[in-house]
Design a protein around this ligand. Sequence first.
Ligand code: SAM
Ligand code: SF4
Length: 326
Amino acid sequence: MTQLIDTFGRNIDYVRLSVTDRCDLRCVYCMPEGFKDFDTPENWLNFDEIERVIAVFGRLGVSHIRLTGGEPLVRKNIPELASRLAALEGIEDLSLSTNAVQLRKHAESLHKAGVSRINVSLDSLQADRFKAITKGKLSKVLDGLMAAKAAGLSPIKINMVVMKGINDDEVEDMVDFCIEHDFTLRFIETMPMGETGLDASDRYVNLQDVRSRLEQRFELIPGVMPGGGPARYVQVAGTEVRIGFITPISQHFCETCNRVRLSAEGTLYLCLGQDDKLELRPLLRSGISDEGLEEAIITAIARKPERHEFNDKPSQIVRLMSKTGG
Ligand code: SAM
Ligand code: SF4
């Protein structure tokens, strides 16, 4: 079977697909307040174009697609796109990253369309604080989460970006919340992602310290769910709940990177922290053949950088996470 293997021997089998760079929230670490400089919808790949590109990736050995953004649920008809992608040969795993603001109305149709599991951003369980971090309403997110659970989406993973002096006192509460609802919890170190209005280095919390703190209250069993993504997991003893630590800053995981990111405008980014890319939209709109597309993608993968440089060059990235397809 064809596989996408880069020059460092990594097998690329995962595409994070951004369907829009827009969002109905304004998380402090992701988008500047009042930000409006969005891509124009005419430049977004349409569903036919997305389906064609993902079909090519499927033939090249990619099996996991994650719908993301921006906020994927602000784009119309995402369940329709999901069912088209889920039906493609080779695509075995279709997942979604969402802020859950609009999940309540979409949970069931997404599940029916073939989305099996979801990741939900949730940085605080306190309504005032949630609003200060995201400008949104916590109750909508909680409603969305409960609808997802009722619809049978599983596992549901909560992503919490831990920020010093903003929400780092809530890590234990978040563990309790996930135990109560049987959600997987992932703590994420804040990354410097362009001019967002938050000084990432100022708010940085080392997740090794968070883990030590949790160990005072919970018995954590290490080494569960090995392989796969960037999180290192432990299990809370006496429960089914897993806690992952995503540490792009304190311990980067580039040597096992298995992914590339496709932006809403059709730019294939080869690394979250570097500018190496392939513009697919002009190729698609100038009538390239499927074989030509395959070749362009294989050639691009050969240029995938070895690693990001968030520590050495924290100011290097000028691209917002919402644009890259975080
Ligand atoms: N809107 C969806 C959401 O919030 O889940 C999907 C897109 S969002 C860009 C994907 C993930 O990136 C979220 O879990 C968010 O917390 C994370 N993220 C965004 N900016 C970040 C940053 N500067 N550092 C760490 N994580 C970040
Ligand atoms: Fe929107 Fe997700 Fe970025 Fe928050 S992290 S502003 S929800 S895209």
